[in-house]
Ligand binder design. Structure first.
Ligand code: HQG
Length: 181
């Protein structure tokens, strides 16, 4: 990993989980002041300027961050554990969505369904391949097919983040089908 990747990981932690690591606060919509963020990241010992931050935002493979219209504020598009309202767009989901997890979580998932755990929402992927990559982060990957169309018809809300990640509060076991282990 290059310097830019380390910086990006640090910034995603600050903007989603630990703003205090850069000595900043997020507003209720998850926005951080760009000048404060830059000062805080530098004070935490990582060299960054506005140009570098813009490059990170522009080149991020998952498009994790957005600036506001005039570029004075920045936020993560999804993935938060701190309770902020990033004004997610409620949307009708496709008939099926996928969740990648690790085999060691299956017993608990079969019992309780999918829970957001440390985050605000359960993260779901549009395709099984993406879900496999997500699952691999945790161990031996398992792909779960989520019957999102049924959930939606049963009144469950779905949201599509700015960077096209599907989110929902939790997934009851009856909507989960295990594809492979
Ligand atoms: C599991 C990354 C036990 C869940 C990715 C997951 C994603 C349960 C883990 C985004 C459970 C939480 C989110 C239950 C769920 N019992 N375990 N009842 N319900 N779990 O990292 O979905 O690179 O918070 O299956 O690409 O893995 O950060 O969620 O394995 O989009 O931008 O608990 O993070 O994106 O892990 O990943 P996480 P996730 P970024």
């Amino acid at each position: 990993m290059g310097e830019r990747d380390y910086l990006s990981i640090f910034i995603s932690r600050v903007l989603r989980h630990r703003p205090e690591d850069a000595g900043i606060q997020l507003d209720e919509h998850g926005w951080a002041n760009v000048e404060e963020l830059l000062a805080g990241v530098n004070a935490a010992g990582r060299k960054i300027d506005r140009e570098k931050l813009e490059e990170i935002v522009r080149t991020d493979k998952k498009q994790r961050y957005s600036f506001n219209e005039d570029g004075t504020l920045i936020r993560a598009n999804q993935g938060h554990s701190v309770p902020v309202d990033v004004e997610l767009a409620q949307q009708e989901p496709p008939e099926y969505l996928y969740h990648g997890t690790a085999d060691r979580f299956l017993e608990s998932i079969r019992e309780k369904g999918l829970l957001p755990m440390s985050r605000l929402y359960v993260h779901l992927s549009r395709d099984a391949e993406t879900a496999r990559t997500v699952g691999r982060r945790h161990g031996r990957p398992v792909i779960l097919k989520v019957h999102s169309g049924d959930m939606h018809r049963d009144g469950v809300s779905f949201y599509l983040s700015q960077n096209k990640v599907w989110l929902t509060k939790n997934v009851d076991v009856k909507y989960i089908e295990q594809l492979e282990e």
